[in-house]
Write a protein that binds this ligand. Structure first.
Ligand code: HAM
Length: 415
């Protein structure tokens, strides 16, 4: 047997209904909030992520699935959706095509990480992005959408953490302050942090090495170095969240592991997920569109890990299936009629199933139970001759004869 690849998962019946529920609610929220769907390819040029996600990030340094294709081009399986959506926005001038550049996408992402609970190498994101709006009200709308997703899915004990990482004007001062505060301690930090200190000192906050933590805990906080416009913006975001009644906490360590963030960053943490506790994360990226060759448009968005949403769902919660009918053929001679009825039901929009091998009535009703059919329609020779079929209510175990000619209406009324 050839097994699946480490860090990837098959999503099987029993679990897939939980995915369907998450996907339906995510789509419904996007409809209600005015976000339209965009689907981009899974493969992109490697440079899109090197430039977009950022050279200093762990994703680009260690986790990308990249290869050279037969034409000699460097290709990457997308590790996140944001750079692809920015590319599509720029490439198709979506700022003109759409009334508001508010978009979403869902699909698989790929990161070569160490697999564990809530962390896969192929995982799935529901991703939301907005381009061209700088008012803090849009930050609050995006956070509100994220928070509503978690609430409507019934995920209890979720926690919203926010921070501001400043902009191109105030970041250099913060980076300077970080390096100054590190001082003599810098050589004591891990190798990754040494690299981060050179490329983007803010990234030091991503470090998970236990020995480094006491030093990192003493470092200055980004929100103490915000310039006036960034401070006013962050105050605005918090005021909107308060007005919406969405509870938030500041997390000074929330600089997020991607290089493009400016100003607002946020995550929703789940209490039941263990070490990989971020259900979703996002923030503002005001320089990214321009950096990727587009117009000077700001951006904000978030992505939720669908695996993590599914893990955090209350037990037993799943997408309900439509009530179904099971057609039972009594004897070989009625099979043709039974198959015709099966097809009529399906064409009329009713979910219907049938046994394909000749079996006893008892065996067929047992199968009807297994598919959780609400109704069985029993097609027998004598009944057919009278222009009738037998309708059996599977829940009540009651049955009655109904005219064949009006069976679709009767079924519809009884489901
Ligand atoms: P991220 O924090 O790297 O942000 O990923 C967002 C979410 O994807 C995480 O909170 C987590 O739920 C899920 N996730 C990430 N890696 C894995 C993994 N290996 N296994 C399972 N789930 C995972 C981004 O990707 C940004 N593009 C979000 C964003 C959109 N920022 C602005 N717009």
């Amino acid at each position: 047997m050839i097994s699946g690849i480490r860090g990837t998962h098959d999503i099987l019946p029993g679990d897939v209904e939980r995915w369907q529920l998450v996907e339906r609610i995510a789509r419904s929220l996007c409809d209600r909030y005015g976000y339209v769907e965009v689907r981009t390819p899974i493969i992109e040029k490697e440079e899109l992520f090197a430039k977009g996600t950022g050279e200093a990030t762990d994703i680009v340094q260690k986790e990308m699935y990249s290869f050279t294709d037969k034409g000699g081009e460097r290709i990457t399986l997308r590790p996140e959706a944001t750079p692809s959506l920015v590319r599509a926005y720029v490439e198709h001038s979506l700022e003109h095509a759409l009334p508001f550049a508010k978009i979403f996408t869902m699909g698989p992402m790929f990161r070569y990480e160490r697999p564990q609970k809530g962390r896969q190498r192929q995982f799935h994101q529901f991703d939301v992005e907005v381009f061209g709006i700088s008012d803090p009200a849009i930050d609050a709308e995006v956070i509100d959408l994220a928070w509503s997703l978690v609430s409507e899915l019934g995920i209890a004990q979720a926690e919203l953490v926010i921070n501001s990482v400043g902009c191109a004007a105030c970041r250099p001062k913060f980076n300077e302050a970080l390096l100054a505060a590190l001082g003599e301690d810098l050589p004591k930090l891990c190798e990754d942090c040494q690299r981060r200190a050179k490329l983007n000192p803010l990234r030091i906050y991503d470090c998970k090495v236990p020995a480094d933590q006491p030093i990192i805990d003493r470092l200055p906080h980004a929100i103490d170095y915000l310039c006036e416009p960034c401070k006013t913006h962050f105050d605005g975001v918090r005021a909107h969240l308060d007005a919406f009644g969405i509870p938030w906490k500041i997390s000074h360590r929330l600089v997020r592991g991607l290089d493009y963030y400016t100003r607002t960053t946020f995550e929703v943490l789940g209490q039941t997920l263990g070490a990989q506790n971020a259900i979703l994360g996002g923030g503002r990226y005001d320089g990214l569109v321009k950096q990727l060759g587009g117009p000077d448009r700001v951006g904000i968005g978030f992505a939720a890990g669908i695996e993590r949403l599914v893990l955090a769902l209350p037990e037993g919660v799943k997408e309900p299936k439509p009530a179904r009918v099971f057609v039972v053929a009594l004897g070989e001679t009625t099979r043709g009629e039974a198959l015709k009825l099966l097809r009529e039901l399906r064409a009329a929009g009713i979910a219907a199933e049938m046994e394909f091998e000749a079996r006893s009535l008892k065996a067929q009703l047992k199968r009807a139970d297994r598919v959780e059919a609400a109704i069985a329609l029993i097609v027998g020779g004598d009944e057919l001759a009278r222009g009738e079929v037998t309708l059996r209510d599977m829940r009540k175990s009651e049955q009655r004869a109904v005219p064949r000619a009006s069976v679709l209406e009767t079924v519809r009324d009884s489901l």
